[in-house]
Design a binder for this molecule. Structure first.
Ligand code: SF4
Length: 112
């Protein structure tokens, strides 16, 4: 069990690096992914607790608020970028899906 948690934390940390790379150096990939992404944020806050809980996250009445929303980094602003991000996010809050999803046919996103 302990090993599983460590592995999950490691994968979530790697996910943070992946998104940093995608939002910093892979702008074309980012734009293509966002064009295919569907849905909208339901403010569940799960993406604010990947690997650790963000200190700017405020929770109230089942919704979350980002205290630095206007200034938050691209890592957060563009979440989720790929299906992998949703897979990571589901480790934090498996019982409630993210409001975003990617169409099945958008398979290239699974490779990045
Ligand atoms: S996990 Fe999805 S629905 Fe939840 S706060 Fe992040 S983007 Fe919004």
């Amino acid at each position: 069990m302990k090993d599983k948690r460590f592995q999950d934390k490691l994968e979530l940390g790697i996910g943070k690096l992946r998104r940093f790379s995608q939002t910093t150096w892979r702008k074309e990939h980012l734009e293509r992914s966002l064009r295919h992404r569907q849905g909208e944020c339901t403010r569940c806050g799960a993406c604010c607790e990947l690997a650790f809980e963000c200190i700017f996250l405020k929770k109230a009445h089942g919704k979350t608020t980002c205290l630095i929303h206007k200034f938050k980094p691209d890592n957060c602003k563009f979440f989720p970028i790929t299906q992998k991000d949703l897979h990571d996010r589901d480790k934090v809050l498996p019982g409630r899906p993210c409001g975003f999803h990617f169409p099945e046919k958008f398979k290239p996103s699974l490779r990045h």
